[in-house]
Design a protein around this ligand. Structure first.
Ligand code: G3P
Ligand code: MG
Length: 262
């Protein structure tokens, strides 16, 4: 039986699908990451105006889809028609914004792990958490495996804990704001995921002492990864999918050869 104490992720996690090697938060990025041997993926999820969870980092569409406007105020029928690949390079022209449903199908079919960062449109924090939790129970079933929720927004984790209490949660920290420890505890988090510059031996001790995992983002340099490995952290999120080689179990400044298929 799946319990909150089961940890769903391997050590190495590809940021936004494949870091900067493919358009972030698209299926093309997931395929690129998987072809480089990656087995776990972080992505950013918010909801459309009509409540469809989809992948996008920013509040707006300008940077990655070249359109004006707040993404979460538009219906999925419009969002799903946008080109989220041309901004990266011509090879990815026409690559669509994926729904969470599409990403769930890809990771499940290929036995991959997923860290869903709940990235709400401002003002939609708790509702987005609720909607993402509901969607994941529908997509993964009642006892999701290989799935972690994370968020910088405690309200989003609270929403997810209401709709999908059995999916483990991690609090993201870009700074050590007052009260973060109590919030992580009260939300029943099983992990804290910090900007890698915040992580030190005392933090690892504090987290491990309370039975929480210690993870870091976004770790792209070999020396930073080595420092965190030496500290004993439990996972790293990276853009550098061709610098690190998760299949080799550690820091390897070498390209992991693409596999045929995934
Ligand atoms: O989930 C960790 C990391 O993705 C947080 O930063 O801005 O890339 O979503 P950001
Ligand atoms: Mg993210």
């Amino acid at each position: 039986m799946h319990t909150m104490t089961d940890w769903p992720l391997p050590f190495w996690i590809a940021h936004r699908g494949a870091g900067k090697r493919a358009p972030e938060n698209t299926l093309a990025a997931f395929r690129t990451g998987a072809m480089h041997g990656w087995r776990a993926f972080e992505c950013d999820v918010k909801t459309s105006a009509d409540g469809v969870p989809f992948l996008l980092h920013d509040d707006t569409l300008l940077r990655t889809a070249g359109q004006p406007g707040v993404a979460g105020e538009q219906p999925w029928s419009d969002l799903s028609r946008l080109d989220a690949g041309s901004w990266h390079s011509p090879a990815f022209a026409g690559e669509p914004i994926p729904s969470l449903d599409a990403v769930a199908a890809f990771v499940q079919r290929n036995g991959l792990a997923l860290n869903i960062e709940i990235k709400p449109t401002p003002g939609q924090e708790e509702a987005t958490g609720v909607a993402v939790g509901q969607a994941c129970l529908r997509l993964w079933g009642g006892a999701p495996e290989r799935l972690l929720f994370s968020s910088f927004r405690p309200e989003s984790l609270k929403g997810a804990s209401r709709s999908a209490p059995g999916v483990p949660r991690g609090l993201l920290l870009d700074r050590l704001w007052t009260g973060w420890w109590d919030v992580a505890q009260s939300l029943g988090c099983v992990a804290v995921i910090t900007n890698h510059r915040l992580m030190d031996a005392a933090m690892v001790r504090q987290l491990h002492g309370a039975g929480l995992r210690a993870l870091c983002y976004t770790v792209n340099e070999v020396e930073d990864a080595q420092r965190l490995l030496d500290l004993g952290v439990d996972g790293l999120i990276t853009d550098a999918i061709d610098r690190f080689a998760p299949a080799l179990g550690g820091v390897e400044a070498a390209v992991c050869p693409p596999k045929s298929g995934v």
